[in-house]
Write a protein that binds this ligand. Structure first.
Ligand SMILES: NC(=O)c1ccc[n+]([C@@H]2O[C@H](COP(=O)([O-])OP(=O)(O)OC[C@H]3O[C@@H](n4cnc5c(N)ncnc54)[C@H](O)[C@@H]3O)[C@@H](O)[C@H]2O)c1
Length: 312
């Protein structure tokens, strides 16, 4: 199987690349390295450095690689940036994706797997949020992630380019930057390992659905061959409070400082978790990694990375 992963040098994309290479897939990566890193990349992949907004570059990459499948993760992922610079967010996430879809259609790609987000739902009206929940994004990021879902449906109808949309909850794990959507795990881990105090906004009773990156990888692998034309939440289906996250990380890291509780941030969602049952039936996929096990892997990685930085 020939697979092109956009954003394959980033946090989630690079784990997908590792899994594809391990399965013997001919794997290529398209990434502009704006947040991705070369050290995340397996040297066995064909790497194309460039920007999704560059229509010629995207077309030439697909022409030379001729993938049967594309896993699309390259994106502007920062919610606040999408509020501050909505045109740039749309240029990367919407226009950049249209460039990719046009290249896919002209190069005969069979299927595209797309990393969407819980941000498409906005403030939950009921819990758990299932795929039929009304869509009311609260940021340019949520709008741009959702807009692409419409283009995918249209390209499937018009050009027979199959797709599966995966709407991720808060993804965490090794290689995550402290600024991502699920950044709270990376930020807490980083501060705790440095012996610093962690800030919790509000009471800490607010909940999120934290999903381990290894489980997200497996959802992508299932989506390569299953779930055609479908939209699936990729989540644990379980709420975890920020206090619970803090306590579990405290136990794993051995960190001692108590958290500093700060006023809640305006616009923060109180409770959010996603119904994962559609993916169980449509993709034959379920999250397998419990919170403590996933956090343990994350802490191990961060410890190792910190030691390497210290020794260099
Ligand atoms: N991390 C999460 O919790 C989460 C949640 C929901 C959805 N997602 C989605 O998953 C995908 C991957 O997210 P991530 O957390 O791994 O982020 P990331 O920033 O680590 O990965 C994004 C990758 O895309 C590359 N990129 C960015 N703009 C580009 C451009 N214009 N052209 C080419 N490459 C570009 C970056 O260099 C990076 O390697 C994104 O599409 C994001 O919207 C992530």
């Amino acid at each position: 199987m020939r697979v092109l992963v956009t954003g394959g040098a980033g946090f989630i994309g690079s784990h997908i690349v590792d899994a594809l290479v391990a399965r013997g897939c001919q794997t290529a990566v398209l990434d502009n390295l704006s947040s991705g890193r070369m050290e995340n990349l397996d040297p066995r992949v064909n790497f194309y450095k460039g920007d999704l907004r560059d229509e010629n570059f995207v077309r030439e990459t697909l022409k030379s690689e001729r993938p049967g499948y594309v896993i699309h993760h390259a994106a502007q992922i920062d919610v606040q940036s999408s509020v501050d610079w909505p045109a740039e967010d749309a240029a990367i996430n919407v226009i950049g994706t249209i460039n990719l879809l046009e290249a896919c259609r002209s190069c005969g790609v069979k299927k595209i797997v797309y990393a969407s987000s819980a941000a498409v739902y906005g403030n939950p009206r009921y819990l758990p949020v299932d795929e039929k929940h009304p869509l009311q994004p609260m940021s340019g990021y949520g709008i741009s992630k959702h807009t692409v879902e419409h283009y995918l449906a249209v390209y499937r109808t018009l050009y027979n380019l199959d797709f599966t949309v995966l709407r991720y909850a808060n993804v965490y794990g090794p290689r995550q930057d402290a600024t991502g959507e699920g950044g709270v795990v990376a930020i807490f881990t980083d501060r705790m390992l440095r012996g610093r105090r962690v800030k919790i906004f509000g009471t800490g009773k607010q909940t999120r659905d934290f999903i381990y990156v290894g489980d997200v990888v497996n959802a992508n692998l299932s989506a390569l061959t299953g779930g055609g034309g479908g939209i699936f939440n990729v989540s644990t289906g379980m709420p975890t409070s920020v206090n619970e996250l803090f306590d579990t990380l405290k136990e794993i890291t051995g960190s001692t400082p108590e958290p500093e509780y700060c006023p809640a941030r305006p616009g923060d969602i109180e409770h959010s978790y996603l119904d994962e049952r559609a993916a169980a039936s449509g993709l034959n996929w379920r999250a397998q990694t419990g919170l403590a096990a996933g956090l343990l892997e994350t802490v191990k990685y961060c410890r190792h990375a910190a030691n390497n930085t210290f020794n260099n």
